[in-house]
Design a protein around this ligand. Structure first.
Ligand code: ADP
Ligand code: ADP
Length: 227
């Protein structure tokens, strides 16, 4: 198993009951999972636990053979090798596209960084936009830069929190399909959270339905029929 999440329990300090109750999930390498649930069901909390922004009360997380969390272990967020694409604070507004992507690249020479930036911009089809600032891009283009930035350090796991919710409906479909293609091409193991069943089915290999912090159902998405 590439990602192993076992029995996570989490309770917010001022809450009367846990937001996450015995959450378990396994992912194969390259698999795309969608976590589906209503507002308040615990989706964002699970992403924060995976990212290391919250510490669970109990449970275990292993990613690519490395223990991130258990009763005796807590690897901090910057050492988890996780890439994140969130809906709101997607890009740094005062940095060009290329500097946004460069920001997450460490331990590389300038030349290697430049090469990686070019590769990523080619992947998301934005090579001509290197010198632009986020406000000079459309919503869909900004979302693609955010993806390029998340993918640049070659993370072992990618997390997406409602990545399309700020885009209009027609663009959502286009970006969703592009994104799936890129994730499959780069064999990126990914977890999405969404409240949209259509998004979940279009993107994921499997969907996990969560209600009040409890996994209700896990189902395999059937590939679309071809005619
Ligand atoms: P979702 O992402 O599915 O909308 P969340 O993970 O944000 O759900 O929230 C799960 C539950 O935890 C909800 O009942 C929510 O009210 C509660 N919650 C979220 N953030 C906090 C917080 N900072 N303090 C207390 N309770 C919170
Ligand atoms: P995408 O489908 O990639 O999101 P759009 O169809 O929304 O692109 O935009 C088409 C073109 O309009 C793009 O080439 C983009 O450069 C330009 N554009 C969109 N919004 C802006 C903006 N706020 N400032 C400058 N150019 C923009």
């Amino acid at each position: 198993m590439f990602v192993q999440i076992e029995d996570l329990v989490y309770q917010y300090r001022n809450a009367s009951e846990p937001a996450i109750k015995n959450f378990s999930l396994q992912l194969n390498e390259g698999e795309i999972i969608a976590i589906l649930g209503e507002s308040g069901s615990g989706k964002s909390t699970i992403l924060r636990l995976l990212a290391g922004l919250e510490t669970p009360k109990s449970g275990m997380i292993i990613i690519n053979g490395q223990k991130m969390v258990d009763d005796h272990t807590f690897i901090p967020p910057e050492k988890r090798g996780i890439g994140m694409v969130f809906q709101d604070y997607a890009l740094f507004p005062h940095m060009t596209v290329e500097n946004n992507i460069k920001f997450g690249l460490r331990h590389m020479t300038s030349k290697q960084k430049q090469k990686r930036i070019e590769e990523m911009l080619e992947l998301v089809n934005l090579l001509d936009y290197k010198k632009r600032y986020p406000y000079e891009l459309s919503g869909g283009q900004q979302q693609r830069v955010a993806l390029a930035r998340a993918l640049a350090p070659a993370p072992s796991l990618l997390l997406f929190d409602e990545p399309f919710s700020n885009l209009d409906a027609s663009l959502q479909m286009k970006i969703r399909d592009e994104l799936k293609q890129i994730l499959k091409q780069t064999k990126s193991t990914s977890i999405f959270v969404t409240h949209d069943q259509v998004d979940a089915a279009a993107l994921a290999d499997r969907t996990v339905l969560i209600e009040k912090g409890v996994v209700k159902n896990i189902s395999k998405v059937e590939p679309p029929k071809s005619y």
